[in-house]
Design a protein around this ligand. Structure first.
Ligand code: CTP
Length: 413
């Protein structure tokens, strides 16, 4: 087995985000956003407008980020030009919440406080998450400012969304939730190297119904497949996620089709790929598809019997093997998963068998205890030519490593 020492880290790790907070009640959500950014591995430089400091204590942001909060351009104790220094450090400038006033000043290209000066000085696009009363958002002045900001592609908006705002009114103007802003940050900091690639990902378990209240299932959490779909979309791919029953939120920018059993997963899969496989460039089968299903699903609840019972099961179609057999040339790229209770050479041997039997290009092999239900994963990437043992890493990072391979395979074909 070979070792892969050139591992990427998550999209945020080692990156610096300048988080600019403007004066809105939604400022309290900036604390959660800062926490999520830090959890993703980013360094966060907090910046506040003077009015933001009335809504949110700078000490809170300083405490969470471990950085002093920049609010005043005229602070003589700061060595150098504050907005220039921060702009040089920041891989991305995020304004969240972005008030109507800040958006107006940004649209005019003003630099009358630290936030607007920083926005003007930013090295790349700026992400803004508007937050205001719906009437302020709908006002032609705000709409004109927003149109101007996005026209030059120097500012990307995330939200606002519809919902209840601070006054209790309901409408469009509520700030996007911190996890949606985090996803937009990850996308902004990701390469667009999968643009044009159509990827279908399956995830989660399949549940095979015995009757209206009982089913046969497995312990797959769906996290690995969802991470792959999320990273593929962030890197620009067109992604369809066929998901078994899991309670995970749909990743940003991903088309999701929910299914239950293997038979419905099969239908959804072929619908997404096209019967002639014309709609897909890569299929990643991360779902733990049940090998068998009950021969019959009872329409009513099966009553208990005292004696021993046995279940009559029939074999499910092997969805991956079907695609492997159907592809004429080398497209789509096919990736399978092998979850075993073995490690080392035995694990690789099982994976190689799957590779050959299902006619796939790559198998991600892991020991169930290294993967199921966990946030991280330890895997071996097995192709016909090699087996690369990866260290334990987050599912998001493993997704990136896997997608690098998929991209290279798709380019080679
Ligand atoms: N797979 C599939 N359709 C099935 C079963 C599995 O497409 N009916 C896919 C899975 O999504 C995964 C790979 O095949 O990518 C797993 O292979 P499989 O041989 O089913 O794994 P196990 O069930 O773990 O294998 P075995 O029981 O042979 O150890």
């Amino acid at each position: 087995m070979t070792d892969d020492s050139t591992l990427p880290h998550g999209p945020l790790s080692g990156r610096t985000v300048a988080l600019c907070v403007a004066g809105s009640i939604a400022a309290y959500k900036a604390v959660e956003l800062a926490r999520l950014l830090l959890k993703g591995g980013a360094r966060v430089v907090p910046v506040m407008t003077a009015s933001a400091a009335r809504f949110l204590g700078p000490v809170t942001l300083a405490g969470i980020t471990g950085e002093s909060v920049a609010t005043d351009m005229w602070d003589a104790s700061f060595a150098g030009e504050m907005h220039v220094r921060i702009a040089e450090r920041a891989d991305l400038v995020v304004v969240a919440p972005a008030t109507a006033d800040v958006l107006a000043r940004m649209a005019q290209g003003r630099a009358d406080d630290l936030v607007t000066a920083l926005v003007l000085c930013a090295r790349g696009p700026v992400l803004a998450a508007p937050a205001m009363h719906p009437r302020m958002w709908e006002h032609p002045a705000t709409q004109g400012n927003v149109a101007r900001l996005v026209e030059h592609k120097r500012v990307q908006l995330v939200g606002p969304v519809s919902g209840e705002v601070a006054s209790g009114d309901v409408g469009h103007g509520r700030m996007a939730e911190p996890d949606a802003i985090l996803a937009a940050v990850a996308t902004a900091l990701s390469p667009r190297d999968l643009a044009g690639l159509r990827v279908v990902v399956t995830a989660g378990p399949t549940l095979e119904d015995l009757d209206p209240v009982r089913f046969l299932g497995n312990r797959s959490s769906g996290k690995m497949g969802f991470a792959i779909a999320e990273r593929a979309a962030a890197r620009g791919a067109d992604v369809t996620l066929v998901a078994g029953p899991v309670g995970l939120p749909t990743p940003h920018g991903v088309r999701r089709v929910d299914v239950r059993g293997a038979v419905t997963m099969r239908q959804a899969l072929w619908q997404a790929m096209g019967v002639d496989l014309a709609k897909v460039d890569a299929l990643v089968m991360a779902a733990a598809v049940a090998d068998h299903r009950p021969a019959e699903t009872s329409a009513s609840k099966i009553k208990k019997v005292d004696a021993r019972v046995s279940l009559d099961l029939v074999k499910n179609p092997d969805l991956l093997a079907e695609v492997g057999a159907a592809r004429a040339g080398a497209r789509p790229v096919l990736v399978g998963f092998a979850v075993e209770t073995e490690r080392g050479e035995a694990l690789v041997a099982y994976a190689r068998r799957k590779l050959a039997e299902k006619h796939v290009d790559l198998v991600v092999a892991n020991d169930a205890s290294d993967s199921f239900g966990r946030e991280d994963n330890r895997a071996v990437l097995v192709t016909a030519a090699e087996a690369t043992e990866l260290p334990t890493m987050s599912k998001s990072s493993l997704a990136d490593v896997l997608l690098d391979r998929v991209r290279n395979l798709a380019r080679a074909k």
